[in-house]
Write a protein of this length. Structure first.
Lengths: 385, 313
């Protein structure tokens, strides 16, 4: 009952926080922005419009087969030239055969040039085969049957750019939520010390109740924040069509995101509270929580800087199984699909085992330090009594 | 038998500093007990131990014969020396929260908040953040925080410091009212005239010990009565009178100490013989005099004044 009263106060107070609202709105806007940008850039360069005059119309089928991104249009030459000039056509083919004539505005895109050259060479080849008395169709069939077979000894893993983006976003979100909520816990603890209301509270509640109530309250709001941002991002991705992953894969990422936030929060929040209880002034908070923040930052920075180029990095694989790094590293590896089940298991077991230990140590420090105002208390001192 | 809040042989050290050294005192239900002592004497430490904010090294705190536990503490109204409220929380919201932490139901808490904010003159500020209130009004809210859960015991550390005279009257009235309702009230203060006026009993604390405790009258019995003579008599008029010691002479006022059995009428006659007398009175020592006396005796490490604690208890 007491813990619930404290939790509820924390939730109500936190929901009034401007920082929280701004961070949430900005995050949602960024995700929507990413989704929209991804959509816009994805549609752009791959589609090419090629006009074919009646003289070149024979190329339509071959060209479309050779280059799937090409859309062919039948036009007469003068209209086609006008469309090339105004940009609605990328190229206009006016003659086909052993020589292909192309009209462009400035220059011919490389891929289109090689496709057209190939078609000209094939026409020449057919002509030569026929001149030698052969059957071009037989030759084409033989050519089509030739192939190159590649055996890769250490194949590069196929990384879906969408999975990568999802992984990075997940990692950023876990990191940001842990950072914001953890700092809120630290500031809340110090607010109670600096305003000295803690003296009044501890006359009627136990230190443990006060600590747990605060962590639960702020954690609830943090979880809601993560859920809102993730849902908004997912909705934006699906609505704009920029997210084409199967629904279960996207949902899986979100569920892992929530799970790792909760585990990370359980591990970090008590440590933040314990560290903050050592000081009595808001301006001293940064100094005591920086070491804790560094753990969070290291995991995150390693994750987003190494994993995109080296998804199989052994260093990151090892780090992602270490309790205080796993919450920021494992989600991105999971999204990339590079984390074997046993590594996920080790990471989960590790953090679940570490949480009670961290809570115990932090509670002891908190209990001893919370009633002592004034100067910063040394950790060893708070530990002893 | 009246219930009493008893602090029994409390001791507390911080490293080499002795904050409390065998402090004992008791406050009966319905009585106002004033705790006085120099800064650092241990008043605040004693109160924090009663509230469980600090743990005593040795000694016990009992209420009605039973050790004070968290359940009992929830029924104590406490005003810490260092005032503390959430600065960015509304007055009514905050008081309701505190009342509920002390075990009150929602409706009960709201009613109590309305009652106390009205009584203490901060009703108009119920929906304002505490930080926007003047210091005096914050102090009133602080008192409301101590009273809002209808406490069974009141422990107030310097409740009068920083209050204007009107607020002092309001506060005094509240303390009397609570005491009349059977609540033991203990408060510390440096305003000794106020303590003298308000308290049924007073305890003087020095270096972590209760060096004297009892009613103001009982404490006075330990000090000497003065005879004050105001008149035009020249200095030295009282010298040589049998059983009379001159304590001081300033302008037209002479302060005398009379040995037991000395004749005050002979002193009056001598004064009249020396010149006109405008005032002739026996003056009982004030609490301030007693305090100064006791503390100065202790300061010179003279034999301790026998604690009246035991006989009072």
């Amino acid at each position: 009952m007491t813990v619930w009263l404290i939790t509820r106060r924390e939730i109500v107070t936190r929901l009034r926080s401007k920082v929280l609202r701004i961070a949430t709105v900005v995050s949602v806007l960024i995700l929507v922005g990413i989704a929209v940008t991804a959509k816009l850039t994805a549609g752009g360069p791959s589609a090419q419009d090629v006009g074919l005059t009646p003289a070149a119309e024979a190329l339509a089928v071959q060209l479309a087969a050779l280059q799937p991104g090409v859309r062919v249009h039948s036009v007469d030459e003068s209209a086609g030239r006008a469309e090339v000039l105004d940009g609605s056509l990328d190229a206009l083919v006016t003659a086909a055969g052993t020589r292909v004539d192309v009209v462009v505005k400035t220059d011919l895109p490389d891929d289109l040039r090689s496709s057209l050259r190939l078609l000209a060479q094939r026409a020449t080849l057919d002509q030569q085969v026929r001149a030698l008395g052969g059957d071009p169709a037989t030759v084409d069939g033989a050519i089509a049957g030739s192939s190159v077979s590649v055996t890769a000894l250490a194949p590069r893993r196929q990384t879906d750019p969408q999975q990568l983006a999802l992984g990075i976003l997940t990692s950023v979100l876990v990191y940001m939520a842990l950072l914001l909520t953890g700092q809120a816990v630290a500031q809340g603890v110090v607010e109670e010390k600096s305003s000295r209301v803690v003296e009044l509270l501890l006359a009627t509640v136990r230190p443990r109740q006060l600590m747990i109530g605060k962590v639960l309250g702020l954690g609830t709001v943090g979880l809601a924040q993560v859920a809102v941002i993730a849902a908004a991002g997912l909705a934006a991705g699906l609505a704009t069509g920029s997210l084409t992953l199967p629904a279960h894969a996207a949902l899986g990422s979100v569920l892992w995101l929530v799970a790792w936030f909760l585990l990370g929060y359980a591990a970090y929040s008590f440590v933040f509270a314990g560290a903050a209880s050592l000081v009595s002034r808001q301006e001293d908070v940064a100094a005591v929580i920086t070491p804790v923040l560094m753990l969070l930052v290291i995991g995150y920075v390693v994750g987003v800087s190494v994993l995109p180029s080296h998804p199989d990095s052994a260093l990151v694989a090892v780090m992602s199984m270490i309790p205080l790094f796993s919450p920021t590293l494992m989600p991105i590896r999971l999204a990339l699909g590079v984390a074997p089940a046993w590594q996920v298991g080790v990471a989960l077991a590790g953090i679940i085992a570490a949480i009670p230990l961290l809570v115990w140590v932090s509670s002891r420090v908190y209990r001893n330090a919370i009633v002592r105002g004034g100067a910063r208390i040394r950790l060893a001192e708070a530990w002893r009594r | 038998m009246t219930r009493e809040l008893r602090l029994d042989r409390l001791a507390k050290r911080y490293g080499d500093t002795v904050a409390l050294d065998d402090l004992t005192l008791s406050v009966r239900a319905g009585e106002i007990f004033g705790l006085v002592g120099s800064n650092g004497a241990g008043k605040t430490t004693a109160m924090r131990i009663v509230l469980g904010v600090l743990a005593a090294d040795t000694g016990t705190v009992t209420w009605d014969g039973r050790p004070v536990d968290l359940d009992t503490r929830r029924r104590i109204g406490y005003m810490p020396e260092e005032r503390g409220l959430y600065p960015r929380m509304r007055v009514a919201e905050q008081l309701t929260y505190l009342a509920r932490l002390h075990g009150m139901g929602v409706a009960q808490a709201r009613t109590a908040v309305d009652t106390w904010t009205a009584k203490l003159g901060v009703a108009a500020r119920r929906d304002d953040d505490v930080i926007t209130l003047s210091l005096g009004n914050q102090q009133r809210v602080q008192l409301a925080a101590a009273l809002v859960h209808d406490p069974e015991i009141l422990v107030l550390d310097e409740p009068f410091s920083g209050l204007d005279p009107v607020a002092v009257e309001v506060m005094s009235g509240v303390l009397r009212e609570k005491a009349a309702a059977g609540v033991p009230v203990i408060f510390s203060s440096h305003q000794l005239d106020l303590v003298e006026r308000l308290c049924n009993r007073v305890g003087i604390v020095r270096r972590g010990r209760t060096v004297a405790a009892g009613t103001v009258d009982e404490l006075r019995a330990g000090g000497t009565e003065e005879l004050v003579v105001r008149g035009a008599a020249p200095p030295g008029w009282a010298a040589g009178l049998p059983g009379v010691t001159v304590l001081g002479h300033e302008h037209d006022l002479t302060r005398l100490a009379l040995a037991p059995g000395a004749d005050d009428q002979a002193v009056l006659a001598a004064a009249l013989a020396a010149g006109p007398v405008r005032e002739f009175a026996r003056r009982r020592p004030s609490l301030t005099d007693l305090f100064r006396h006791i503390v100065s005796i202790q300061e010179t490490e003279s034999p301790q004044i026998k604690s009246r604690q035991e006989e009072a208890a």
